[in-house]
Ligand binder design. Structure first.
Ligand code: SF4
Length: 335
């Protein structure tokens, strides 16, 4: 059962244009766009994955990763299928490439009301739209998010940031927090994923300007984006937006069509040191490392993490603002 898609236009020759993401797919009757999840059905743009859920799990919020938003809480996580980029190293390719080569997967239907009920039945602060790319699930994400808001629950968006301004402006008021992938810092590297860099930078800046809590993630991949000059430009750009944005450096493991060995742990340490020169909160993920949060001014331990066990130790909350319990400096956490 398909669902009428928004953010597109029907043309007089029977084709449709999808304007949801910067791919701007021009789709002939009976064909699908790059993401596979939107199709031209007799001159009308349809969403094929509305209410289609590939995975549901109750996860620690740190797993999204979000380290500064309700640390230690659980979040009900849901995902669909399809993706508007084509990363050869995709860590979830059985979901992202479902429409190309994964149609053996069992998908379940969940109405927006059923998602809200599932969140209420769980020990969760809200729902995270994650696992595959939620931008291309926009109509469903918007419908669920509105019901979640009405129920006083939180919405979290885990995204590649490859979305156009108009749908983003509709999604942003509904999102409480987001983790956005910044996969590289060159157009050449984004082109190899079938995208462009600038729209992702625009999304990050728009989310920040709107006041949404954001954290950023870069998967460091050998011989793809591990050039220190490019990585320095990347962290400097983040600092130019806001040096207090939490930045997650994640270790790559071979997946899908990418067979390079896992990222060298020493290299991750070098990237961490580089990022710490410019940013206040930097973390290494997918590896056993110190993942605690420290006050960038006095070094006080703010949040202690061991695996996915999290304890808020050095923060105080006053009037909805969070401060370092030792030096009193404002700290970028939401508790
Ligand atoms: S959302 Fe899908 S169909 Fe629409 S422009 Fe992006 S890739 Fe193309």
């Amino acid at each position: 059962m398909n669902h009428p898609a928004r953010f597109g236009r029907s043309n007089s020759d029977g084709t449709v244009d999808c304007l949801l993401c910067p791919q701007h797919c021009h789709i002939a009757d009976g064909k699908r766009g790059v993401c596979g999840a939107r199709a031209n059905e007799k001159g009308v743009l349809d969403s094929l994955n509305y209410e289609l859920v590939s995975a549901v799990a109750l996860d620690p919020i740190e797993k999204k990763p979000l380290y500064h938003y309700y640390p230690g809480k659980m979040i009900l996580s849901i995902g669909t299928v399809g993706c508007n980029l084509r990363c050869q190293f995709c860590q979830n390719h059985h979901l992202s490439r479902y429409y190309d080569d994964g149609e053996f997967l069992q998908l379940n239907r969940m109405t927006p009301a059923q998602v809200v009920s599932a969140v209420k039945d769980s020990d969760s602060v809200g729902v995270a739209y994650t696992y595959s790319e939620p931008s291309i699930w926009a109509e469903y994400v918007i419908d669920v998010s509105k019901l979640m808001r009405d129920a006083g629950l939180k919405n979290i968006w885990v995204t590649n940031g490859y979305i156009e301004k108009e749908p983003l402006e509709e999604i942003l008021p509904l999102m409480d927090a987001a983790n956005i992938d910044l996969k590289a810092f060159s157009d050449e590297n984004y082109k190899s994923l079938g995208g462009r860099l600038q729209p992702v930078l625009d999304t990050i800046r728009r989310c920040h300007e709107y006041g949404t809590h954001i954290e950023l993630t870069t998967l460091v991949i050998p011989d793809y984006n591990d050039n220190m000059v490019e990585l320095e430009s990347l962290v400097k750009w983040i600092a130019s937006v806001d040096k207090s944005i939490p930045f997650h450096i994640s270790r790559y493991f071979p997946h899908y069509h990418f067979e390079k060995p896992s990222t060298d742990v020493d290299l991750l340490g070098e990237v961490f040191n580089l990022a710490k020169e410019h940013l206040e909160y930097v973390y290494i993920g997918n590896v056993l490392a110190d993942s605690n949060s420290y006050c960038p001014v006095c070094g006080n331990l703010l949040v202690k993490r061991m695996g996915f066990s999290t304890h808020v130790t050095g923060l105080k909350n006053e009037g909805g603002q969070t401060f370092c319990g030792q030096c009193g400096t404002a700290a970028k956490f939401i508790l």
